[in-house]
Design a protein around this ligand. Structure first.
Ligand code: FES
Length: 81
């Protein structure tokens, strides 16, 4: 059984399996808007393989991280805006 870890997304605590990407953890929690386009439209993961850049979020205060290419770490803080 995989180890469960905790991440925080916009102040919301999520308990996820270790080894899951941030994008997968957020999608599994029902989160679809990862960022906003310059015109204010909600954006979310499209390719799931690090190419489209639509899944960018702020992780531990580092902006523009591709959530589909980042594995969850215990205590990680994610912000969508
Ligand atoms: S979903 Fe396309 S880069 Fe992450």
């Amino acid at each position: 059984m995989p180890e469960r870890i905790r991440i925080i997304v916009d102040g919301r605590e999520l308990h996820v399996d270790r080894g899951v990407t941030v994008a997968a953890a957020m999608m599994n929690a029902g989160i679809r808007a990862f960022r906003q386009s310059v015109s204010g439209e909600a954006r979310g993961p499209l390719c799931g393989m690090g190419v489209c850049m639509e899944c960018r979020v702020t992780i531990n205060r580092e902006p523009h991280c591709r959530s589909c290419q980042t594995l969850c770490e215990d205590g990680m803080e994610v912000q969508t805006r």
